[in-house]
Design a protein around this ligand. Structure first.
Ligand code: AMP
Length: 281
Protein backbone atom coordinates (compact mmCIF):
# COMPACT_ATOMS: atom_id res chain seq x y z
CA UNK A 1 0.00 0.00 0.00
CA UNK A 2 1.43 3.40 -0.98
CA UNK A 3 0.57 6.71 0.58
CA UNK A 4 0.40 9.80 -1.65
CA UNK A 5 0.14 13.43 -0.61
CA UNK A 6 0.81 14.93 -4.02
CA UNK A 7 -1.17 14.68 -7.24
CA UNK A 8 1.83 14.27 -9.54
CA UNK A 9 3.16 11.17 -7.77
CA UNK A 10 -0.28 9.59 -7.50
CA UNK A 11 -0.93 10.19 -11.18
CA UNK A 12 2.43 8.66 -12.11
CA UNK A 13 1.55 5.49 -10.16
CA UNK A 14 -1.91 5.30 -11.77
CA UNK A 15 -0.43 5.87 -15.25
CA UNK A 16 1.91 2.92 -14.67
CA UNK A 17 -1.09 0.74 -13.82
CA UNK A 18 -3.00 1.92 -16.87
CA UNK A 19 -0.02 1.25 -19.13
CA UNK A 20 0.03 -2.31 -17.78
CA UNK A 21 -3.63 -2.69 -18.77
CA UNK A 22 -4.85 -2.65 -15.18
CA UNK A 23 -8.26 -1.34 -14.09
CA UNK A 24 -8.45 1.30 -11.38
CA UNK A 25 -11.20 1.55 -8.77
CA UNK A 26 -11.64 4.72 -6.72
CA UNK A 27 -13.26 5.23 -3.31
CA UNK A 28 -13.48 8.87 -2.18
CA UNK A 29 -13.94 9.32 1.60
CA UNK A 30 -13.57 11.87 4.35
CA UNK A 31 -11.82 9.38 6.65
CA UNK A 32 -12.88 8.17 10.10
CA UNK A 33 -13.34 4.91 8.27
CA UNK A 34 -15.80 2.23 9.38
CA UNK A 35 -17.05 -1.04 7.94
CA UNK A 36 -19.28 0.83 5.47
CA UNK A 37 -16.25 2.46 3.86
CA UNK A 38 -14.30 -0.79 3.99
CA UNK A 39 -17.13 -2.60 2.18
CA UNK A 40 -16.62 -0.12 -0.69
CA UNK A 41 -12.87 -0.82 -0.66
CA UNK A 42 -13.48 -4.58 -0.66
CA UNK A 43 -15.88 -4.32 -3.58
CA UNK A 44 -13.34 -2.17 -5.45
CA UNK A 45 -10.55 -4.65 -4.68
CA UNK A 46 -12.72 -7.50 -6.01
CA UNK A 47 -13.51 -5.64 -9.26
CA UNK A 48 -10.24 -3.84 -10.06
CA UNK A 49 -6.49 -4.40 -10.20
CA UNK A 50 -5.57 -1.15 -8.45
CA UNK A 51 -7.64 0.61 -5.79
CA UNK A 52 -7.21 4.22 -4.75
CA UNK A 53 -8.89 5.56 -1.61
CA UNK A 54 -8.84 9.29 -0.95
CA UNK A 55 -9.16 10.77 2.52
CA UNK A 56 -10.04 14.43 2.28
CA UNK A 57 -12.33 16.34 4.62
CA UNK A 58 -13.68 18.68 1.99
CA UNK A 59 -14.31 22.12 3.49
CA UNK A 60 -16.52 23.27 0.61
CA UNK A 61 -19.28 20.76 1.36
CA UNK A 62 -19.73 21.75 5.01
CA UNK A 63 -22.51 24.30 5.33
CA UNK A 64 -21.98 24.23 9.12
CA UNK A 65 -18.52 25.38 10.28
CA UNK A 66 -18.85 23.55 13.64
CA UNK A 67 -19.59 20.28 11.84
CA UNK A 68 -16.34 20.70 9.87
CA UNK A 69 -14.30 21.39 13.02
CA UNK A 70 -15.89 18.48 14.89
CA UNK A 71 -15.65 16.03 11.98
CA UNK A 72 -13.71 13.02 13.38
CA UNK A 73 -10.14 12.49 12.19
CA UNK A 74 -8.62 9.05 12.87
CA UNK A 75 -5.86 8.77 10.29
CA UNK A 76 -3.73 6.04 11.91
CA UNK A 77 -6.68 3.72 12.43
CA UNK A 78 -7.84 4.51 8.86
CA UNK A 79 -4.47 3.48 7.40
CA UNK A 80 -4.52 0.18 9.32
CA UNK A 81 -8.02 -0.63 8.02
CA UNK A 82 -7.11 0.21 4.42
CA UNK A 83 -3.96 -1.90 4.64
CA UNK A 84 -5.97 -4.86 5.98
CA UNK A 85 -8.48 -4.45 3.13
CA UNK A 86 -5.71 -4.62 0.49
CA UNK A 87 -6.16 -1.06 -0.72
CA UNK A 88 -3.38 -0.23 -3.22
CA UNK A 89 -3.01 3.53 -2.80
CA UNK A 90 -4.16 6.19 -0.35
CA UNK A 91 -4.38 9.78 -1.40
CA UNK A 92 -4.32 12.31 1.45
CA UNK A 93 -4.08 15.74 -0.17
CA UNK A 94 -4.07 19.15 1.47
CA UNK A 95 -6.80 21.70 0.73
CA UNK A 96 -4.28 23.70 -1.37
CA UNK A 97 -3.50 20.61 -3.46
CA UNK A 98 -7.19 20.05 -4.26
CA UNK A 99 -8.11 23.69 -4.72
CA UNK A 100 -5.11 25.51 -6.21
CA UNK A 101 -5.68 29.01 -7.53
CA UNK A 102 -5.35 27.82 -11.12
CA UNK A 103 -7.72 24.81 -10.78
CA UNK A 104 -9.96 24.26 -13.79
CA UNK A 105 -13.54 25.23 -12.92
CA UNK A 106 -16.24 22.68 -12.07
CA UNK A 107 -18.45 22.18 -15.14
CA UNK A 108 -21.67 24.12 -14.99
CA UNK A 109 -24.27 21.35 -14.93
CA UNK A 110 -27.95 22.06 -14.40
CA UNK A 111 -29.04 19.48 -11.84
CA UNK A 112 -32.60 20.82 -11.76
CA UNK A 113 -34.35 19.83 -8.55
CA UNK A 114 -31.93 16.96 -7.84
CA UNK A 115 -29.68 19.21 -5.73
CA UNK A 116 -32.54 21.29 -4.31
CA UNK A 117 -34.72 18.69 -2.57
CA UNK A 118 -34.14 16.60 0.61
CA UNK A 119 -30.57 17.36 1.79
CA UNK A 120 -30.34 20.26 -0.65
CA UNK A 121 -33.26 22.02 1.03
CA UNK A 122 -31.56 21.88 4.44
CA UNK A 123 -27.84 22.11 3.62
CA UNK A 124 -27.42 25.12 1.40
CA UNK A 125 -24.42 24.78 -0.94
CA UNK A 126 -23.62 21.25 0.28
CA UNK A 127 -24.02 19.57 -3.10
CA UNK A 128 -22.11 22.34 -4.89
CA UNK A 129 -19.19 21.33 -2.66
CA UNK A 130 -19.76 17.61 -3.24
CA UNK A 131 -19.90 18.02 -7.02
CA UNK A 132 -16.83 20.26 -6.93
CA UNK A 133 -14.69 17.82 -4.93
CA UNK A 134 -15.83 14.63 -6.68
CA UNK A 135 -15.30 16.21 -10.09
CA UNK A 136 -11.84 17.38 -9.05
CA UNK A 137 -10.88 14.00 -7.56
CA UNK A 138 -12.14 12.14 -10.64
CA UNK A 139 -10.15 14.48 -12.84
CA UNK A 140 -7.04 13.59 -10.81
CA UNK A 141 -7.57 9.81 -10.49
CA UNK A 142 -9.48 9.10 -13.74
CA UNK A 143 -10.63 5.67 -12.52
CA UNK A 144 -12.52 3.02 -14.45
CA UNK A 145 -14.92 2.50 -11.54
CA UNK A 146 -16.11 4.85 -8.82
CA UNK A 147 -17.57 3.39 -5.60
CA UNK A 148 -20.13 5.23 -3.48
CA UNK A 149 -22.59 4.24 -0.77
CA UNK A 150 -26.37 4.06 -0.90
CA UNK A 151 -26.24 5.58 2.58
CA UNK A 152 -25.85 8.94 0.81
CA UNK A 153 -28.59 8.17 -1.71
CA UNK A 154 -28.97 11.70 -3.06
CA UNK A 155 -25.20 12.15 -3.36
CA UNK A 156 -24.78 9.07 -5.54
CA UNK A 157 -27.84 10.09 -7.63
CA UNK A 158 -26.28 13.51 -8.26
CA UNK A 159 -22.87 12.07 -9.17
CA UNK A 160 -24.55 9.51 -11.47
CA UNK A 161 -26.33 12.40 -13.19
CA UNK A 162 -23.08 14.38 -13.43
CA UNK A 163 -21.29 11.43 -15.09
CA UNK A 164 -24.19 11.03 -17.55
CA UNK A 165 -24.19 14.73 -18.41
CA UNK A 166 -20.42 14.67 -19.00
CA UNK A 167 -20.73 11.45 -21.07
CA UNK A 168 -18.05 10.08 -18.76
CA UNK A 169 -16.73 6.56 -19.21
CA UNK A 170 -16.37 6.17 -15.44
CA UNK A 171 -18.82 3.62 -14.08
CA UNK A 172 -20.44 4.44 -10.77
CA UNK A 173 -21.03 1.43 -8.52
CA UNK A 174 -23.44 2.14 -5.66
CA UNK A 175 -22.95 -0.19 -2.68
CA UNK A 176 -25.55 -1.19 -0.11
CA UNK A 177 -25.63 0.56 3.25
CA UNK A 178 -23.67 -1.30 5.93
CA UNK A 179 -25.43 -1.27 9.31
CA UNK A 180 -24.69 -2.00 12.94
CA UNK A 181 -26.43 -5.10 14.32
CA UNK A 182 -29.28 -2.95 15.64
CA UNK A 183 -29.88 -1.40 12.21
CA UNK A 184 -28.14 1.95 12.68
CA UNK A 185 -26.44 2.91 9.42
CA UNK A 186 -22.69 3.13 10.00
CA UNK A 187 -21.50 6.71 9.87
CA UNK A 188 -18.37 8.55 10.94
CA UNK A 189 -20.64 10.84 12.95
CA UNK A 190 -21.95 7.94 15.11
CA UNK A 191 -18.81 8.05 17.24
CA UNK A 192 -19.93 11.45 18.51
CA UNK A 193 -23.23 10.11 19.89
CA UNK A 194 -23.57 9.87 23.69
CA UNK A 195 -24.59 6.47 25.10
CA UNK A 196 -28.17 7.74 25.49
CA UNK A 197 -28.28 9.07 21.91
CA UNK A 198 -26.69 5.87 20.59
CA UNK A 199 -29.51 3.88 22.23
CA UNK A 200 -32.15 5.95 20.42
CA UNK A 201 -30.37 6.16 17.04
CA UNK A 202 -31.52 2.75 15.66
CA UNK A 203 -35.12 4.08 15.66
CA UNK A 204 -34.32 5.69 12.31
CA UNK A 205 -33.86 2.36 10.57
CA UNK A 206 -36.69 0.75 12.57
CA UNK A 207 -39.08 3.51 11.46
CA UNK A 208 -37.99 3.29 7.80
CA UNK A 209 -38.47 -0.49 7.96
CA UNK A 210 -42.01 -0.13 9.36
CA UNK A 211 -42.82 2.33 6.58
CA UNK A 212 -41.59 -0.24 4.03
CA UNK A 213 -43.91 -2.82 5.57
CA UNK A 214 -46.89 -0.45 5.34
CA UNK A 215 -46.17 0.47 1.72
CA UNK A 216 -49.32 0.26 -0.35
CA UNK A 217 -51.58 0.05 2.71
CA UNK A 218 -51.34 3.59 4.06
CA UNK A 219 -51.07 6.71 1.91
CA UNK A 220 -47.68 8.30 1.25
CA UNK A 221 -48.68 11.42 3.19
CA UNK A 222 -49.83 9.35 6.22
CA UNK A 223 -46.60 7.35 6.24
CA UNK A 224 -44.44 10.48 6.00
CA UNK A 225 -46.38 12.06 8.85
CA UNK A 226 -46.20 8.87 10.92
CA UNK A 227 -42.46 8.52 10.38
CA UNK A 228 -41.82 12.10 11.41
CA UNK A 229 -43.97 11.68 14.55
CA UNK A 230 -42.24 8.43 15.55
CA UNK A 231 -38.80 10.02 15.39
CA UNK A 232 -39.92 13.21 17.11
CA UNK A 233 -41.43 11.17 19.98
CA UNK A 234 -38.11 9.34 20.39
CA UNK A 235 -36.28 12.66 20.81
CA UNK A 236 -35.09 13.49 17.30
CA UNK A 237 -35.48 16.88 15.69
CA UNK A 238 -36.51 15.88 12.19
CA UNK A 239 -35.46 17.86 9.11
CA UNK A 240 -37.46 15.66 6.73
CA UNK A 241 -39.00 12.22 6.44
CA UNK A 242 -39.92 11.88 2.78
CA UNK A 243 -41.05 9.20 0.38
CA UNK A 244 -39.88 10.15 -3.10
CA UNK A 245 -39.29 8.96 -6.64
CA UNK A 246 -35.96 7.10 -6.53
CA UNK A 247 -34.71 8.73 -9.75
CA UNK A 248 -35.95 12.33 -9.64
CA UNK A 249 -36.16 12.48 -5.81
CA UNK A 250 -39.40 14.41 -6.25
CA UNK A 251 -42.51 13.76 -4.12
CA UNK A 252 -44.92 11.12 -5.40
CA UNK A 253 -48.67 10.90 -4.94
CA UNK A 254 -49.00 7.12 -4.89
CA UNK A 255 -46.71 4.09 -4.78
CA UNK A 256 -47.92 3.07 -8.23
CA UNK A 257 -46.92 6.39 -9.77
CA UNK A 258 -43.31 5.27 -10.42
CA UNK A 259 -41.18 2.12 -10.52
CA UNK A 260 -38.58 3.39 -8.04
CA UNK A 261 -39.48 4.61 -4.56
CA UNK A 262 -37.18 5.64 -1.70
CA UNK A 263 -37.92 6.70 1.85
CA UNK A 264 -35.25 9.12 3.10
CA UNK A 265 -34.83 10.96 6.37
CA UNK A 266 -32.51 13.38 8.15
CA UNK A 267 -32.82 14.03 11.86
CA UNK A 268 -30.78 15.49 14.70
CA UNK A 269 -29.89 13.92 18.02
CA UNK A 270 -28.48 16.90 19.90
CA UNK A 271 -26.15 18.60 17.41
CA UNK A 272 -25.46 15.41 15.47
CA UNK A 273 -27.30 15.11 12.19
CA UNK A 274 -27.99 11.57 11.00
CA UNK A 275 -29.31 10.55 7.59
CA UNK A 276 -30.61 7.25 6.31
CA UNK A 277 -32.83 5.83 3.59
CA UNK A 278 -34.48 2.65 2.43
CA UNK A 279 -35.34 1.66 -1.13
CA UNK A 280 -39.02 0.74 -0.95
CA UNK A 281 -39.40 -0.27 -4.58
P1 AMP B 1 -17.88 9.81 3.74
O1 AMP B 1 -16.53 9.51 4.29
O2 AMP B 1 -18.94 9.91 4.80
O3 AMP B 1 -17.88 10.96 2.78
O4 AMP B 1 -18.30 8.54 2.89
C1 AMP B 1 -17.49 8.05 1.86
C2 AMP B 1 -18.28 7.04 1.08
O5 AMP B 1 -18.66 5.97 1.94
C3 AMP B 1 -19.58 7.61 0.50
O6 AMP B 1 -19.77 7.11 -0.81
C4 AMP B 1 -20.63 7.10 1.45
O7 AMP B 1 -21.91 6.96 0.86
C5 AMP B 1 -20.05 5.74 1.82
N1 AMP B 1 -20.60 5.27 3.09
C6 AMP B 1 -20.68 5.96 4.25
N2 AMP B 1 -21.31 5.22 5.18
C7 AMP B 1 -21.65 4.05 4.60
C8 AMP B 1 -22.34 2.87 5.04
N3 AMP B 1 -22.80 2.77 6.28
N4 AMP B 1 -22.52 1.87 4.15
C9 AMP B 1 -22.06 1.98 2.88
N5 AMP B 1 -21.41 3.05 2.40
C10 AMP B 1 -21.21 4.08 3.25
Amino acid sequence: MRLFKHITKLQAAIAEQRAAGNRTGFVPTMGALHEGHIALIERAVAENDYVVCSIFVNPTQFNDATDLVKYPRTINADLAKLYAANCSAIFIPTVAEIYPENASPTPDIDFGSLTEVLEGAYRSGHFDGVVQVVHRLLDIVRPDHLYMGQKDYQQQAIIRYMLEQLSSKIQLVTCETVREKDGLAMSSRNMRLTAAQRAIAPSIHATLTKVAQQMGQDSIQDLEQWGKEQLTQKGFVVDYFSIVDGKTLLPIETFDATDSVVAATAAYLGDIRLIDNLILK
